[in-house]
Design a protein around this ligand. Structure first.
Ligand SMILES: Cc1cc2nc3c(=O)[nH]c(=O)nc-3n(C[C@H](O)[C@H](O)[C@H](O)COP(=O)(O)O)c2cc1C
Length: 335
């Protein structure tokens, strides 16, 4: 599987998720295997061009994450091209353009999914970026803005003509946000209609679903919330796709993942404005992940509530140890 001249070791990738797919999380997923590409959280083109420290932090990555794609958002072709050049200068393998974010704060600046409402302008943004950089340019879009305007097939062709090297389609409209379900028939149709690779995105929470989607005709699968619930999902999908038995994940593995995440986050560089202290920032990150990570197993909601009320990192570590490592597990106190 190739995007431009970048070879991906697997067609399964971590979807970009603001607030979630930080470098520490991406590194851990990558270490577990099966991950062909990681995409950063979305990064403001405006912030990159102005050199804002906090924005640059979102674009940081480590060598072990390669191949890595940095996702940028914005609506101004010149600024987006300049931001893409900064991303290229940072050594990213791919620059990805966000045309899927439905959040009004982003959409009102003619960025994110609102670009889909003006396809000619959206294609001009991609054209400007493709001219400005040598690395492949990719686009992540939704099915369309709303049900009356499901124009992803048209826009996909237009951005291909403008120089995009691959696209990803989350098969929901902006109006749907995260309700209903992703339209994978639409995604497979687009994959059949254009020449560049097409990734599908939406609703894969089981490794079998990831493999099924690939077999239904897309070139790759971006997994979002499924990776937050189960960081081994790409490795397990890779096992299944290769005809191997799917690797087992023990409760202990799940606990160790959280401890490893805490350890990596403790060494991250963080702008002071992001929390009252570094420990507080790490606790907030753990709480955000726990929202997803504790779904789908016994007493998960109790662990989530307990992490939400823990005040120190030691308390969070104790909760994890008690929940995942205790020989005969004691129910988590929900205090
Ligand atoms: C918390 C969260 C943050 C997200 N942030 C981004 C983002 O920054 N850029 C983007 O293109 N998509 C973003 N998405 C959308 C995901 O990349 C993905 O397309 C969507 O969640 C559907 O896939 P899933 O069902 O596998 O989660 C986000 C989704 C979630 C849940």
């Amino acid at each position: 599987m190739k995007i431009g001249r970048v070879t991906l070791p697997s067609p399964f990738a971590v979807a970009p998720m603001a607030g979630m797919t930080d470098s520490a999380f991406r590194r851990l997923v990558k270490r577990h295997g099966g991950c062909g590409l990681v995409v950063t959280e979305m990064v403001s083109s405006e912030g990159l061009v102005r050199g804002i420290d906090r924005t640059l932090e979102y674009a940081e990555y480590t060598e072990e994450e390669r191949p890595v794609s940095i996702q940028i958002f914005g609506g101004d072709p010149e600024k987006m091209a300049a931001a893409a050049q900064i991303v290229e200068g940072m050594g990213a393998d791919i620059v990805d353009v966000n045309m899927g974010c439905p959040v009004p704060k982003i959409a009102k600046h003619n960025a994110g999914c609102s670009l889909m409402r003006e396809p000619a302008h959206a294609a001009a943004v991609i054209g400007a970026i493709a001219k400005a950089v040598k690395i492949p340019v990719t686009v992540k879009m939704r099915a369309g803005w709303n049900d009356g305007d499901r124009n992803a097939p048209t826009l996909a062709k237009m951005v291909e003509d403008a120089g995009a090297a691959a696209i990803a389609v989350h098969g929901r409209t902006a109006a749907q946000s995260y309700t209903g379900s992703a339209d994978w028939d639409l995604v497979a149709r687009i994959a059949g209609e254009i020449g560049i690779p097409v990734f599908g995105s939406g609703d894969c929470v089981e490794p079998t679903q990831v493999v099924d989607k690939l077999q239904a005709g897309v070139d790759g699968v971006l997994v979002g919330r499924g990776v937050l619930r189960n960081p081994w999902i790409l490795a397990q999908a890779d096992d299944l796709a290769a005809g191997r038995p799917m690797r087992a994940v023990t409760l202990r593995d799940r606990g160790q993942f959280l401890l490893d995440y805490i350890a990596l986050l403790q060494h991250e560089r963080v702008d002071e404005s992001r929390a009252t202290s570094h420990d507080r920032w790490v606790i907030n990150k753990l709480r955000a992940l726990a929202t997803y990570y504790t779904k789908g197993f016994e007493n998960g909601s109790h662990l989530r509530t307990a992490i939400n009320s823990a005040q120190t990192l030691d308390a969070v570590r104790d909760l994890i140890a008690n929940f995942f490592f205790a020989e005969s597990r004691v129910p988590v106190e929900t205090a």
